[in-house]
Design a protein around this ligand. Structure first.
Ligand SMILES: Nc1nc2c(ncn2[C@@H]2O[C@H](COP(=O)(O)OP(=O)(O)O)[C@@H](O)[C@H]2O)c(=O)[nH]1
Ligand SMILES: [Mg+2]
Length: 209
């Protein structure tokens, strides 16, 4: 968490993780975040950053996840939206400990845009600029998640196999869920925390992500 600006660590320093839910408009980012944070008993607001915080126990340790959703559609259309702050968007992606790349299984374009646009932006923001040896490259965990699995029979546009294939090309694990399924959402967040820890340990070991 050393270089983070969006996050200030007070209690339980290394248990705090910043989680970004990234995806196109309408894929269900807000529903996912609300269900995770408010669907179960413990949720509060971090007064310093104004982000919702949720505690999650994973393998016997409690993590305090700070959550934010970022709409990748705004990266293309944000020019027309005065409230869109591209610096905040980019800095948040750079500071994230974990990123959920969320698409909608009933929208092929929502998956394509992740691969063509959102993922390359994440890679760019997290790569050390040439000759900038001061700036650390921080490890992060990531998952590719297909939402709206409840519509699989009627409206599916992206098969499970296509989702898995895209994930493996991007070096991520893949899963599908729908945002009414609190247990699946909790399992997804646990999987993300485990990916974050793997990435951090690997980084420590190799010196690089
Ligand atoms: N069928 C279905 N609809 C969903 C699901 N999650 C979200 N939605 C709907 O998708 C629309 C967009 O959701 P929202 O969370 O606002 O998307 P965001 O723009 O990514 O934040 C809303 O009408 C939601 O009710 C889901 O798992 N299944
Ligand atoms: Mg939203």
């Amino acid at each position: 968490m050393a270089s983070s600006t969006a996050v200030s660590d007070s209690p339980g320093e290394d248990s705090a993780k910043l989680v970004v839910i990234l995806g196109e408009s309408g894929v269900g980012k807000t529903c996912l975040l609300d269900q995770f944070v408010h669907g179960k008993h413990f949720a509060n607001y971090d007064p310093t950053a104004g982000l919702p915080v949720k505690s999650l126990e994973v393998d016997g340790k409690t993590w305090n996840l700070r959550l934010i959703d970022l709409d990748s559609t705004l990266l293309r259309e944000g020019d027309n939206q005065p409230e869109f702050r591209v610096d905040f968007f980019i800095n948040t992606l750079r500071d994230a400990d974990g990123i959920i790349f969320l698409y909608d299984i009933t929208s092929r374009i929502s998956l394509n845009e992740l691969g063509l646009e959102a993922y390359p932006i994440v890679v760019t923001t997290r790569t050390r600029p040439e000759n900038d040896y001061e700036r650390p490259i921080r490890a992060y965990g990531r998952l590719l998640v297909g939402n709206k699995a409840d519509l699989a029979n009627e409206k599916r546009e992206v098969s499970k196999e296509e989702g898995e294939e895209a994930a493996s090309m991007l070096g991520m694990d893949h899963l599908e869920l729908d945002t009414s399924d609190t247990e699946a959402i909790n399992d997804m967040m646990k999987a993300l925390v485990r990916r974050i820890l793997v990435a951090e340990r690997k980084r420590k070991h190799d010196g690089f992500e």
